[in-house]
Design a binder for this molecule. Structure first.
Ligand code: F6P
Length: 321
């Protein structure tokens, strides 16, 4: 393989830059030319490339976001868009593509691979919702960011004997909510994977702890459950008498410098992805399981199901009382 491309797609995640750096450096060290694709699959369609070399990825290992920019391309989802992308790859001599992103990005990588452009996916999303991986790039940083912000909210919540209802990201997944809830000692955690009843899981739990003299509360709600946290705070105040406030952490969760874990795993995965392409192996997703880096067929990876660890969920609720 003489020329490969690397792109970041979907929601950006801290550590994506570390993965781009590892891809570029591994390729350059092995005599492969690398084109950085600007703004995800849109860049692949339009030929929006930057020539990458060893120095073009200097000083990015510590930076959040993605220097290649990211997008969710609607054009690439069409047959015409896909054809244009393939034409561009042929025109620029691109023989393999590393795609850093989530499930949606991997579907594009699978389709390109099926049409003769070998692609390797690297899981990059704060949601940690990729079935073949127990960890995705950005998740660790995001979790720590949430923890830090909830700790800050806790200081003021405690000072006023209040209840803080906090919405965290996770479009369809509760991993961020469950684990940040544990790390911050939330009295209740609402996630999309587990059915809940506000009365039983929030109000009654709060009343029970009130009887043990607890006066301030943290309730963590995953974005994916679709609960309006402001309304929930009002309901809590009305039913428990505890003054309540709602906070939506929003996009502050997605930025910031990546943790050591995200930098290390992103570096290992970026290196691994190029090694696959060097062996002419495409249509694979690089995965992390129990700190090991391995790979799966993209089609199989997309059909896997990921479930929430119910033991962890139960521990959270047994301890935070
Ligand atoms: O997939 C990552 C994620 O941050 C989700 O948690 C969230 O629902 C979504 O992206 C937000 O996307 P956008 O930045 O397009 O609003």
């Amino acid at each position: 393989m003489k020329t490969i491309a690397v792109l970041t797609s979907g929601g950006d995640a801290p550590g994506m830059n570390a993965a781009v750096r590892a891809v570029v450096r591994t390729a350059c060290e092995n005599g492969i030319r690398v084109l950085g694709v600007v703004r995800g699959y849109n860049g692949l369609i339009n030929g929006d490339f930057v020539e990458m070399d060893l120095r073009s990825v200097s000083d990015i290992i510590n930076r959040g976001g993605t220097i290649l920019y990211s997008a969710r391309s609607t054009e690439f989802a069409t047959e015409e868009g896909m054809r244009k992308a393939i034409r561009t790859c042929r025109e620029y001599g691109i023989e393999g593509v590393v795609v850093i992103g989530g499930d949606g990005s991997f579907r594009g990588a699978r389709d390109l691979s099926e049409r003769g452009i070998p692609c390797v996916g690297i899981p990059g999303t704060i949601d940690n919702d990729i079935a073949c991986c127990d960890y995705t790039i950005g998740y660790d940083t995001c979790l720590n960011t949430i923890m830090e912000m909830v700790d800050r909210i806790r200081d003021t919540s405690e000072s006023h004997d209040r209840c803080s209802v906090i919405e965290v990201m996770g479009r369809h997944a509760g991993y961020l909510a469950l684990n940040s809830g544990i790390a911050c000692g939330a009295t209740a955690i609402l996630i999309p994977e587990v059915d809940f009843d506000i009365e039983k899981h929030v109000i009654e739990r709060m009343k029970k702890t009130q009887r043990t003299d607890k006066k301030h509360f943290i309730i963590v709600v995953a974005e994916g459950v679709g609960v309006d946290v402001k309304k929930l705070a009002e309901e809590i105040q009305a039913k428990t008498g505890v003054e309540s406030r709602a906070t939506v952490l929003g996009h502050t969760q997605r930025g910031g410098y990546p943790t050591a874990k995200d930098r290390i795993m992103a570096t290992r995965m970026g290196n691994y992805a190029v090694k696959l392409l060097m062996k002419d192996i495409g249509n694979r997703v690089v995965a992390a399981q129990k700190e090991e880096v391995l790979d799966f067929d993209i089609f199989e990876a997309l059909n896997m199901k990921k479930s929430i660890d119910m033991e962890l969920y139960n521990v959270a609720h047994e301890v935070s009382i």
